[in-house]
Write a protein that binds this ligand. Structure first.
Ligand code: THU
Length: 165
């Protein structure tokens, strides 16, 4: 029982998603700090992201914009791609955290949700921090219901059967 008598510590929502209080603390510090890395001269909308890997390490990233606007990349994709090229495999990502300067907190855009779907479990928690560090947590499945993922594609065998018909 916590001091408040409610039975849960401060980060109870995240603990439900099997993250410890100290993991949540590290994720929040890392994504809030990562806002400083944002390259956003066009929108001035800073987004910081952090990703917790199975080995306990944390990868940081931020949004990187471009004079040709659609070329800009969101913080979530920059961070997950960095984790992937650093060796993270599918299922290695335990949580994604995002921080912005607005309230209520921003949630990942549709493209980023699909990008996560490639590498993360549907049960993975996405931690969203507002301008004051207040947290909202949803799973990837809650953010992207009835999603399309790599396992939906045909296997090599199924493709060969299809081609021979
Ligand atoms: N942005 C992100 O980095 N993540 C999101 O989930 C939403 C939007 C960035 C893209 C662009 O650099 C700026 O925020 C404004 O859209």
């Amino acid at each position: 029982m916590s001091a408040s008598g409610k039975g849960h510590a401060r980060h109870d929502t995240a603990l439900i998603h099997s993250l410890t209080s100290s993991e949540v603390q590290s994720l929040s510090e890392a994504c809030i700090e990562a806002k400083r890395k944002a390259y956003c001269p066009y929108s001035h909308f800073r987004v910081g992201c952090s990703v917790l890997l199975n080995n306990g390490s944390i990868v940081q990233g931020a949004n990187v914009e471009n004079a040709a606007y659609p070329v800009g990349t969101c913080a979530e994709r920059v961070t997950i791609a960095t984790a992937v090229v650093s060796g993270a495999k599918k299922g290695d990502i335990r949580a994604v955290a995002v921080a912005t300067d607005i309230s209520p907190p921003a949630s990942p855009c549709g493209m980023c949700r699909q990008f996560m779907r490639e590498f993360c479990e549907l049960s993975m928690p996405v931690l969203m921090y507002d301008k004051d560090g207040k947290l909202v947590v949803l799973t990837l499945e809650q953010l992207l219901p009835m999603s399309f993922g790599p396992e939906k594609l045909l296997t090599t065998e199924e493709l060969q059967i299809g081609l021979s018909q």
